[in-house]
Write a protein that binds this ligand. Structure first.
Ligand code: CA
Length: 233
């Protein structure tokens, strides 16, 4: 098996070294960049499998790096941010980032995100997530063609908004979707009221698909940011 190549974009040397040492110890190959400009060059010349991207770079904002890379590539981008403000994460996710890690993060956390992203890539290759007519995740099944969903073989009685929400999350399983993105996809707009409505629909959807809605198995909440459908083994 060829080792996966990771592009590490981080200007802070101790953190860059920690990431690279971790990658090396876990059988990944890596290339590094300390600036946004080099990051874009490295991304286009090395075609990495995953990009780890610090948002605070010396030349330009990490979000602009995401926008530039997204203009030609769908490579998964995991943002690494020292900023605790949710708005930065949201901006990065809306620009096309797939996931985020907040500094300080543990080595285990970093490896878990990489593994989750690789699983998502593998599923995308073995069956296209976006064109398959049936989505299966644990006991949950969504039949896009028939327009219905099942849990443990039982058909779920979902409202049109709940069903749309479930489809959107399942088609993007593994990815964090922001409140703005979700409401725009479902209602074609994103007003403050829509985010409140989204919470309500999420609560009712969870009651229908989660065994324990208070400790959800399928849909993870990212407080102040959005939601993600997790892959269930
Ligand atoms: Ca930095």
């Amino acid at each position: 098996m060829t080792k996966s190549l990771i592009l590490v974009v981080e200007d802070d040397m101790p953190i860059r070294n920690l990431i690279c040492t971790t990658l090396k110890a876990h059988n990944y190959r890596y290339v590094t960049a300390e600036k946004g400009e080099t990051a874009i060059l490295e991304a286009s010349s090395h075609n990495p499998e995953i990009i780890l991207l610090d948002l605070g770079l010396p030349d330009f904002d990490g979000v602009d790096v995401i926008r530039k890379i997204r203009s030609w590539s769908n490579v998964p981008i995991i943002v690494i941010s020292a900023r605790t403000e949710d708005s930065d994460k949201i901006e990065a996710l809306d620009a096309g980032a797939d996931d985020y890690l907040t500094k300080p993060f543990s080595v285990e956390e970093l490896l878990a995100r990489l593994r989750a992203t690789q699983r998502r890539l593998a599923i995308g290759q073995n069956g296209d997530l976006h064109t398959d007519s049936v989505f299966v995740n644990g006991k949950l099944k969504v039949d896009y063609a028939a327009g219905c969903a099942f849990l443990d073989g039982e058909e779920l009685h979902l409202t049109p908004s709940e069903y749309k929400l479930l489809c959107l999350l399942s088609k993007n399983a593994g990815k964090v979707l922001t409140h703005t993105y979700i409401t725009q996809q479902i209602w074609g707009r994103s007003w403050e009221n829509d985010v409140a409505s989204l919470r309500v629909f999420m609560a009712t959807l969870r009651k229908k698909i989660e065994k324990e809605p208070d400790s959800p198995q399928y849909i993870q909440t990212h407080i102040g940011v959005g939601y993600r459908m997790l892959r269930v083994e």
